[in-house]
Ligand binder design. Structure first.
Ligand SMILES: Cc1cc2nc3c(=O)[nH]c(=O)nc-3n(C[C@H](O)[C@H](O)[C@H](O)COP(=O)(O)O)c2cc1C
Length: 357
């Protein structure tokens, strides 16, 4: 059996394999009410049938103005919670563990009436200049995260991921490029980390289950102007002390710019490995991962503990069955007997199974 496709326990989460579906906004909430739609049942259900061990449901706004776009999911009211619960129940029925990524988009909330950010610096010319958050607004957004966590828990999710990456509000607080505050939330690394720390601590006070955070370890900026890898290793250690169970490592999104180094399969994995050197909690890696051999290599060589797939799973919800084939993992089980019949591609195999038609 391959390591990639074998079960693992990650801080209280029992996963049937080490393959995670990356959170990906689907912009399918046409009514703009933040509520799960029939699309989400089909979309996530297909990946659960495809045997993905852990599905992280897309970035979900903790407030209306915290959504990346008005067609995102939200979790600031009980109707959203009730419909989310139906989706979580369905994915459990299909055999996946389920998580939800909670987010406040800050200055990158494209449809916000009143965008918030640590400092009044716009993302680019197409985005509104955000309002520098008052201390009351900081408290209120922290409370919105806590309230959304409470709803996610009562909807039955197995894990909660905080979105600390890709230039959204938490990332905006962490970076000196977007946080130019002069109070206790800006200045030193410790001060810039304060907002994230307070969210994590307030969440931990009401929720003891698995809690992850996604971080962007570089923003392709001048190393003198952005947080260094060492800064992020320090943040990772603080997050571990604060009770985070797994760090999901990505890059980019804070600035309107592309990577300043060559992009290739697994290009973000070295950042995950760097983080692994600094912490004892598990670390997940994401980014252009689709070759099963490479994914197996990453977990076997402890470059990361879990492999997170985004666009590959959009292309192919049945990636795991193909990976099992590639890795000669004969123990891998597709969803059921009927799906097994679909795996037999030639007459000889079908005959052996008594299924020659
Ligand atoms: C359509 C789409 C939507 C995305 N939405 C999110 C999101 O909601 N949260 C997040 O952390 N990343 C989001 N991402 C980034 C992916 O989760 C992932 O990190 C990125 O695509 C790199 O992985 P990949 O090469 O396997 O796709 C999105 C990516 C895509 C393609």
């Amino acid at each position: 059996m391959s390591l990639l496709l074998s079960p693992v326990e990650i801080a209280g989460l029992n996963l049937k394999n080490r393959v995670v579906m990356s959170p990906m906004c689907m912009y399918e909430v046409k009514k703009q009410d933040g509520v799960v739609t029939p699309f989400h049942f089909g979309h996530y259900g297909a990946r659960a049938i495809g045997q993905v061990g852990l599905i992280i449901i897309e970035a979900t706004g903790v407030t209306p103005d915290g959504r990346i776009s008005s067609q995102d999911l939200g979790l600031w009211n009980d109707q959203q919670k009730m419909e989310l619960k139906k989706l979580v129940d369905q994915l459990h029925y299909l055999g996946s563990q389920v998580s939800l990524q909670l987010n406040h988009a800050g200055r990158k909330a494209e449809d916000a009436d009143y965008p918030l950010a640590p400092s009044a610096i716009a993302y680019n010319e197409e985005f509104a200049t955000p309002n520098e958050m008052t201390l009351d607004e900081i408290q209120s957004v922290e409370q919105a995260f806590v309230d959304a966590v409470q709803r996610a828990v009562s909807a039955g999710v197995d894990m909660i991921e905080l979105h600390g990456a890709h230039g959204y509000l938490m990332d905006q607080f962490l970076s000196p490029l977007t946080n130019q505050r002069t109070d206790q939330y800006g200045g030193s690394l410790e001060n810039r980390y304060r907002f994230v720390k307070e969210v994590v601590e307030r969440v931990r006070a009401i929720y003891q289950g698995p809690l992850w955070i996604r971080l962007s370890l570089t923003n392709y900026a001048d190393p003198k102007e952005q947080n260094s890898i060492e800064d992020f290793q320090q943040i990772g250690q603080w997050l571990e002390q604060a009770g985070i169970n797994c760090l999901d490592i990505s890059t980019g999104g804070l600035l309107d710019r592309q990577p300043n180094f060559p992009i290739h399969a697994g290009y973000q994995t070295p950042f995950a490995t760097k983080m692994k050197e600094a912490v004892t909690i598990p670390v997940a890696t994401v980014g252009l991962l689709s070759d099963p051999g490479m994914c197996e290599y990453i977990v076997e060589n402890q470059q990361a503990d879990l492999v997170v797939l985004g666009r590959e799973l959009l292309r192919n919800p049945n990636w795991l069955a193909e990976a099992a084939n590639d890795l000669h993992d004969h123990g891998f089980k597709v969803y059921n007997h009927s799906y097994q019949r679909g795996q037999m591609k030639n007459v000889a195999e079908r005959k052996q199974f008594g299924d020659a038609k």
